[in-house]
Write a protein that binds this ligand. Structure first.
Ligand code: MRU
Length: 341
């Protein structure tokens, strides 16, 4: 099964993105014609979600090559602009590095570089389908699942991770119900996950982020599944702000807490969560959500976009190559060596 929309697509020499700033009011598109358009689209969250950012960046590198001709120093500068457009999702750095390595290996032949970007996108969708099937092992008939942010088709190059598992469960007749956190301040849960859940016809309910504790305390959540922006070698996981809080509550009430992510989200260069750079975004995302003033002008704001869930709070990490259970460093080491779990 496939979605009837694509977060990103390369059409007629340009990168066509669903403009996720405008959903659900409008399904509009943004066309990135240059590498700097691509960097802007990532920074401004026209495209967002770790794997979708990686896919967009891959085409951005191809555009950078087209713009640079034989000037390799210019190409590298354009690539580093894309690479630094957001700091936390490691799929961004992973995709840019893979594209640059391929460019060098194929002597900068544009068609080969474009084929590598297509491969990244194709592989991401395939990994999501695979992990969605594998993830069925943790979902029982009639479960009620809590999710946070958006880890669906919009956040990936196709199908989704946490939401991919949820959709697979629904379409295979498991009779699940989903609670979606609205996910302050950018409301990816309310604007994007709710849109995807309704399109898929999944019984679901939107909650303010702070209602999650009540639902978990009252035994109304069977499991939590969320995506990831970067998984450290010890299993510590960065994901959308609020994920850490959910993990603490889930642990308090003995509720299984799962991370779903392709292995491209595992960063072998990051030993633990302490080493993951956390993006801080514009204070106006909090002061003026949707452009409307909701706090006094000039009020100081702390707006980290992500937080780190310590591996001790994670029940398992669901990947396209199997489910990693603690001790995570051993399981992740095996995955990084190309193994299956
Ligand atoms: O700031 P965003 O919207 O890019 O954050 C997205 C998330 O935190 C997702 O959960 C994560 O990238 C996984 S997407 C499959």
């Amino acid at each position: 099964m496939e979605e009837d929309f694509r977060a990103l697509e390369f059409v007629d020499g340009a990168l066509r993105l669903i403009d996720q700033r405008k959903l659900p009011a409008e399904l509009a598109y943004y066309t990135a014609r240059t590498s700097s358009d691509t960097a802007f689209a990532i920074k401004d969250m026209i495209v967002r979600g770790a794997p979708a950012i990686g896919g967009a960046a891959a085409y951005g590198v191809y555009l950078a090559l087209q713009e640079s001709g034989d000037d390799r120093a210019l190409f590298r500068r354009k690539c580093s602009l894309i690479r630094s457009s957001r700091p936390t999702a490691v799929n961004l750095m992973w995709a840019v590095d893979r594209m640059m390595a391929e460019a060098e290996a194929c002597s900068y032949v544009p068609s080969r570089v474009l084929a590598e970007a297509d491969a990244i996108v194709r592989e991401d969708a395939a990994m999501n389908h695979a992990l969605s099937r594998i993830g069925q092992a943790v979902i029982r008939q009639g479960d009620t699942i809590l999710t946070h942010c958006n880890a669906g088709a919009l956040a990936t190059c196709g199908w989704g991770t946490a939401l991919g598992i949820i959709k697979e469960a629904h379409f295979s007749g498991k009779g699940i119900t989903v609670y979606a956190d609205e996910t302050r301040p950018r409301l990816q849960g309310a604007r994007l996950t709710a849109w995807e859940l309704m399109k898929a016809g999944i019984p679901s309910c939107l909650i303010p982020d702070s209602a999650a504790a009540v639902l978990m305390r009252d035994g109304r959540i069977d499991l939590v599944i969320v995506g990831a922006d970067r998984i450290a070698a010890n299993g510590d996981t960065a994901n959308k702000l609020g994920t850490f809080m959910l993990s603490v509550i889930a642990r308090e009430y003995g509720i299984p807490f799962y991370i779903a992510a392709p292995t491209s989200t595992i960063d072998p260069g990051t030993a633990s969560g302490n080493d993951i750079p956390i993006e801080e975004r514009d204070p106006d995302e909090v002061r003026r959500p949707g452009g409307m003033l909701m706090a006094p002008e000039g009020m100081k704001v702390f707006n980290p976009s992500f937080d780190v869930t310590p591996h001790q709070n994670i029940t398992a990490i669901i990947t396209e190559r199997g489910i990693a259970y603690p001790p995570f460093d051993k399981a992740i080491g095996k995955l990084l060596n190309g193994g299956m779990l």
